[in-house]
Design a protein around this ligand. Sequence first.
Ligand code: BES
Ligand code: ZN
Ligand code: ZN
Length: 511
Amino acid sequence: MHVEAGEIRHVPMKITFAKPSVPKEGVIAVGILAERTLTPAAAEIDEATGGALRRALEISGKFKGERESGFVIPAPAGLDASAVLLYGLGKAEELDPVKLRRIGGDLAARLLSLDLASAGVRVDAVDGAPIEPAEMAAEVAYGLRLRAYRFDRYRTEKKDEAKPKLAKVTLLAPGHSDAKKRFQRHEAVADGVFLARDLVTTPPNDKRPEDYAKRLEKHLTDLGVEVEVFDDKKLRKLGMHSLLSVAQGSTHEARVLVMRWSGGEADTPPVALIGKGVTFDTGGLSLKPPSGMMQMKIDMGGSAAVAGTIAALAARKAAVNAVGIVGLVENMPSGQAMRPGDVIGSLSGKTIEVLNTDAEGRLVLADLLWYAEDRFKPKAMVDIATLTGAVLVSLGTRRAGLFASDDQLAQHLIAAADGEDEMLWRLPLGPEFDKALESEIADMRNVGRNGYGGSCVAAQFLKRFVREVPWAHLDIAGTVWTDSDLPVTPKGAAGFAVRTLHRLVADHYEA
Ligand code: BES
Ligand code: ZN
Ligand code: ZN
């Protein structure tokens, strides 16, 4: 297979907004509050159907109106629509944007499982809710959009009947034009999330560094981002020897992309986002076992998150200067590959004894961090990487590891993540981890003598390539992919951290 540069596709579901009404076809979804309490829209439909809703709620068993639950009433008399879907809102006073997005995600899964092409979702003002219906509708729509993502590019045999039919969802809410405006901003971010998901899901034979670079260049240039692509010759000239050492085992050359969105005032320094883009991680000569290698197409998830965030900022013409820098390499074993024991140089001038070629992400990031600070003198620098298996051991698959040289930046990231329902947990940097990095013959080694504190040792290694700038590092090895459906994320590539990074930039660096 070969992926056309820039090509990207996802579910062609249309989301629109209109004033409250009762649709004549498809399914109509109405909210039920905790303890089987009808919202105004539910009461309206109950009346139109001669009490079908109240009767249904008497036999709805487990469904009592809790958040992220639902109940279908097929073909009730008195309505033209084919079905009514009751969806749970829980307690009105507990509603907030994150919960509404989750409700929207749950709604998407329920609507997609019905064999209907269109849906109308009523979102009412509800007594006691600390949030306006227009904002509620926009958040529900955002959750719907994020959860309805699909990736079918490589399926040639799936029959049309097997694909979800749902093509159009209309949010029926008071203040629908305000809702639409709010949703447009969310949609720009959702497109960034989808870009990241698409890239991570793409098989490794279709995202070699050259192809991947072309695809990003096209996609981001189309959004008005200024993109520079550095090839092997340029990287050599710059002196990115650490990054190049990882690429040298592959028949595919490395690429580094610099993506600049300049929506802010000229001459104000940017915020810099830096991503690990190992398009496939075999481990190199320190070869991974088959079970550990199987999933390693995801090892460019950091670069995908950076590209997705820059795309989101550009799509909504954010008033900020932001630069994304990604290092794209394939880590392969071969006669040209670096050996355990090799001592390599780096852009910083520091030397590194590579004792494990599978600890390659830090070698890529070392040069990118040094380069970013040198060239852009950014206000802050955040790198993101599927860096260590150890972070899966310590934090599992729902929280990413956060390391920071700056407490304020760490706080801002945690707040941004909380607001986006993407969890982070801060782990320590500190001189106690430097011991592990002492080399007998070079300035440092790339791994400790045992795996203890693996994620912290890796972060401490990165810190050596950061000088003055406030810096944070996100280890997303556990969260880049999900094996089961999550509220706003279908199983597969999560697009993790696009929303958090976007919010960090919007809340703290945008004018
Ligand atoms: N890409 C891996 C980390 C990883 C592991 C990502 C599992 C996603 C899921 C990274 O390059 C790596 O192999 N790290 C080694 C470091 C070790 C050799 C010090 C690891 O975690 O085992
Ligand atoms: Zn590795
Ligand atoms: Zn890796």
